[in-house]
Design a binder for this molecule. Structure first.
Ligand code: PLP
Length: 384
């Protein structure tokens, strides 16, 4: 099985020329319907929910980059995850990374539990422990890689091997890793998912979700759900996400270098008790990242840390000059999230306690500012 990663060239040229005029970027087709000269044998597009050329251009580029048979663009990352959960039936059981983003846990607890879908949260960086969680009705495992907010690293080939031995489907939410560092489908995973709102969109100006299937059978099932339920990405937003996809490698390379510099600076800072960054040799997932990802290109743009004194969190927030504070990640600007208030606010207090998401945790999406400025921004803000 080939595990070759796409080159930067693929990100630019996975997009085909516009078939009408050879325009180098896809035209935006807003039409919702198409004149059928022969209604008994309509041409490829007939109605916008079922198919749209601007959306299809993005979906095709994603499938090429991820090495799958078909891509799907959804209205948000949550819409992509919801469509994926709809592959299950009442009475099924699902395994999910314990350290997952708040929205995944919220939709499973608040919506899918009502349809009798049971969930067990597992540590997907500990493949050897997964046997204990399996039930006779387990159908799939959803792996969030890197996990959120503590950036655990899953060994995708080992998970695929384990899951396929138990006839489970493997779904990887690779939002944080991005196709720049890893293509899980080339390692045998069945479905790869992304919040396109994040690194792929890349500019904090579009909400989107993406999925790519490895097999025709799964692609057909997912297409049925996309068309039947309708959570599609609009043509304008498809255009924006497609534009972001073409520049993902340069943005990831720059942000990863800065993230590494920030992680190193935080590691030796007296106010910081713990730094979570897969690029640090001390990170428990460092070796797995090196083995399964193109880490010669970097380790991603997310850095999480814990402060020794919870009282220094508001001080840090107050002293930041250019870093933005709030939910979200993957944009050009550095964004600081306090998981308790932002990305994991959807969890109950009990769920947050269980996962050690306490008030001293800070998550940084490192942006494209000058690396020296980013490091200085945090060192200044953490000064006593
Ligand atoms: N998956 C991951 C890993 C995320 O971080 C998020 C959002 O933060 C989502 C999915 C959901 O994406 P969206 O906000 O685009 O619905």
């Amino acid at each position: 099985m080939s595990t070759k990663k796409p080159s930067d060239t693929t990100f630019v040229h996975a997009s085909q020329l516009d078939p009408q005029l050879s325009a180098v970027v896809p035209p935006i087709y807003r039409a919702t319907t198409y004149h059928q000269t022969n209604p008994w044998a309509p041409s490829s597009f007939d109605y916008a929910r079922s198919g749209n050329p601007t959306r299809e251009a993005l979906e095709t580029a994603m499938a090429t980059i991820e090495g799958g048979v078909r891509g799907f663009a959804f209205a948000s990352g949550m819409a992509a995850l919801t469509a994926t959960f709809l592959l299950l039936s009442a009475g099924d059981h699902l395994l999910v990374t314990r350290d997952c983003q708040g929205g995944t846990q919220r939709v499973l607890r608040g919506v899918f539990s009502r349809f009798n879908i049971a969930v067990t949260y597992v540590d997907t960086d500990q493949v050897e422990d997964l046997d204990r969680a399996i039930e006779p009705n387990t159908r799939a495992i959803l792996v969030e890689n890197f996990s959120n907010p503590f950036l655990h690293v899953a060994h995708v080939p080992a998970i695929v091997d384990w899951a396929h031995r138990h006839q489970l489907s493997v779904w990887i939410d690779n939002t944080f890793v991005t196709p720049y560092l890893q293509n899980p489908l080339t390692m045998g995973a069945d479905l790869v998912l992304h919040s396109g709102t994040k690194m792929i969109g890349g500019h904090s100006d579009v909400t989107a979700g993406l999925a790519v299937a490895r097999t025709q059978e799964l692609a057909q099932q997912l297409y049925f759900i996309q068309n039947a339920c309708g959570p599609i990405l609009s043509p304008d937003d498809s255009y924006l996400v497609h534009r972001g996809l073409r520049t993902l490698p340069v943005r990831m390379r720059q942000a990863s270098q800065t993230a590494m510099a920030l992680a190193l600076a935080l590691t030796s800072h007296p106010a910081v008790s713990q730094v979570f960054y897969p690029g640090l040799p001390s990170h428990p997932g460092h070796a797995v990242a090196n083995e399964t990802m193109a880490t010669d290109k970097g380790f991603g743009q997310m850095v999480t840390f814990r402060l020794k004194d919870v009282a220094s969190v508001p001080r840090l927030a107050e002293r930041l000059h250019f870093a933005r504070i709030g939910a979200g990640l993957g944009g050009a600007e550095t964004i600081v999230s306090l998981p308790e208030l932002h990305c994991h606010a959807a969890l109950t207090q009990e769920e947050r306690n269980e996962r050690q998401i306490t008030s001293d945790v800070v998550r940084v999406s490192v942006g494209l500012e000058d690396p020296t400025d980013v490091v200085a921004e945090f060192l200044n803000a953490l000064q006593n």
